[in-house]
Design a protein around this ligand. Structure first.
Ligand code: HAM
Length: 434
């Protein structure tokens, strides 16, 4: 039997990892410039955390959670990062230590969705959460940060949609207005929407079913029913976005699929690259009630998460030349031991070097050096070692020099850097403190 990866879960092979790393580095850099610090939480949480925060009647909680029961415990693989961040914030009483916390995270999330391009069952999110800042300047900064990051990554055709769904009071009023609107046409709704009409009428606006879409067309807009405080927040957000010259459009129908949101909601989409229908790169919003609902103090919060797979589908495929490196070809057992030392010295100076430990003829080793893409090859022969020298071949220039063994590592590194100054970046260990 041949095993395959679980449906909707992907291997990321070494030849794709370079793009992932570039994306992750750009995200980290951008987050740190905005004052965010990294948070790492467990992959598993108590199921109840997600039910309480994301909402019992959401698709994520109703259909998509990977839940495992162990004895009396019910644990769930995190379907997103916000609930875990909020749980950690409350658990460690972070509000008592600092008035505002800015956290970011990167990692795998799990949702049992129907897999398609840009939608997977294990996928990677990078997210930012701000606790303790009531906004709306913070809201605008987050949106602007996303636009800046995506633009830097070369993603064009960006579309920023924003909306406000108000706070608890506005929502209660709107819920009543929606019920009044949908009730007379209840029979025309999908079965799923009919079942959720009383518990969550807002979600009908988010339904993909054509019957619900048709029924929603004339629904009252929440944005027209905001309370004075919600409206002041909304106006403040728009003024800040205008001041930052962040292009956006108001999308009154934007509701998003998680129940914890209050006031600001936003999504950033792109029509560039291979995205297709799953073109929402990032989504987020305010969730001012979550910290309190998880047993913490009344602390406002806002954040977003972006899907790394989708961003990679949208990012232009830039070919970057691989870093030049040195291949070491030892002829004979004594030479192999010396080759290990030479390779280690080259690496300590910050450049990559590979030792051929498979033995055999010089011709065979040179063929392998070429095949693996090495720029330089150091040949260590027993007779040369006896004379205290090595042969250095430049495989691109087809030239050869004899070097003193003692200075071989330094000279190899110097040549690699002359070929490409990035060569030293492979340093595996950060010695800046050393
Ligand atoms: P979300 O809209 O569920 O929000 O997910 C955010 C982003 O994650 C999406 O825009 C998409 O790029 C990516 N994503 C979601 N599901 C999948 C999937 N099955 N396959 C591939 N990518 C996917 C949240 O998760 C909220 N926690 C965002 C947030 C943070 N709100 C406040 N703070």
């Amino acid at each position: 039997m041949q095993f395959r990866a679980v449906k909707g879960m992907n291997d990321i092979l070494p030849d794709e990892v370079g793009r992932w790393q570039r994306l992750e580095q750009s995200f980290r850099r951008s987050a740190e410039l905005y004052g965010f610090q990294e948070l790492r939480t467990p992959l598993l949480e108590n199921t109840e955390l997600f039910v309480r925060s994301i909402g019992e009647t959401t698709d994520v909680v109703e259909k998509e959670m990977y839940t495992l029961e162990r004895g009396k415990e019910s644990l769930t693989l995190r379907p997103e990062g916000t609930a875990s961040a909020a749980r950690a914030y409350v658990e460690h009483s972070v509000h008592a230590k600092e008035p505002v916390s800015r956290w970011y995270y990167l990692g795998a999330m799990f949702r049992a969705e129907r897999p398609q391009r840009g939608r997977y069952r294990q996928f990677y999110q990078a997210g930012c959460e701000i606790f303790g800042d009531p906004g709306p300047a913070a809201d605008a900064e987050l949106i602007d940060m996303l636009v800046g990051l995506f633009t830097d990554l070369g993603i064009g055709e960006l579309e920023v949609a924003v909306n406000s769904i108000g706070g608890a009071e506005t929502r209660a009023r709107y819920r009543a207005a929606l019920l009044d609107y949908f009730r007379p046409q209840q029979g025309a709704l999908s079965e799923h929407a009919q079942a959720r009409l009383d518990s969550n009428p807002l979600r009908i606006l988010d339904s993909k079913d054509p019957r619900d879409k048709a029924a929603s067309a004339g629904a009252p807009a929440l944005i027209d029913q905001l309370s004075d405080e919600d409206r002041a927040h909304w106006d403040g957000l728009r003024r800040a976005l205008d001041a930052l010259e962040t292009p956006y459009k108001v999308e009154a129908g934007l509701v998003r699929g998680l129940d914890y949101y209050t006031r600001t909601l936003f999504e950033v989409r792109s029509n560039q690259g291979e995205l297709g229908t799953q073109n929402t790169l990032a989504g987020g919003g305010r969730y001012d009630g979550m910290i309190q609902s998880l047993g913490g103090p009344d602390v406002p919060a806002i954040g977003f998460a972006m899907g790394l797979e989708r961003i990679l589908l949208a990012m232009p495929k830039r070919e970057t030349a691989p870093l030049p490196f040195c291949f070491i070809a030892p002829i004979g057992e004594g030479a192999l031991l010396d080759a290990l030392k030479l390779a280690r010295d080259i690496r300590r100076l910050g450049c990559r070097s590979d030792v051929d430990g498979r033995g055999g003829s010089l011709k065979g080793m040179l063929r392998r050096a070429d095949a693996c893409g090495a720029r330089l090859c150091v040949v260590l022969g027993e007779s040369e070692l006896a004379r205290g020298v090595v042969q250095l071949k430049d495989l691109a220039e087809r030239s050869q020099h004899e070097l003193p063994r003692d200075s071989a590592a330094a000279m190899v590194v110097e040549r690699l850097r002359a070929v490409d100054p990035r060569a030293e970046r492979v340093a595996a260990v950060d010695r800046s403190d050393a």
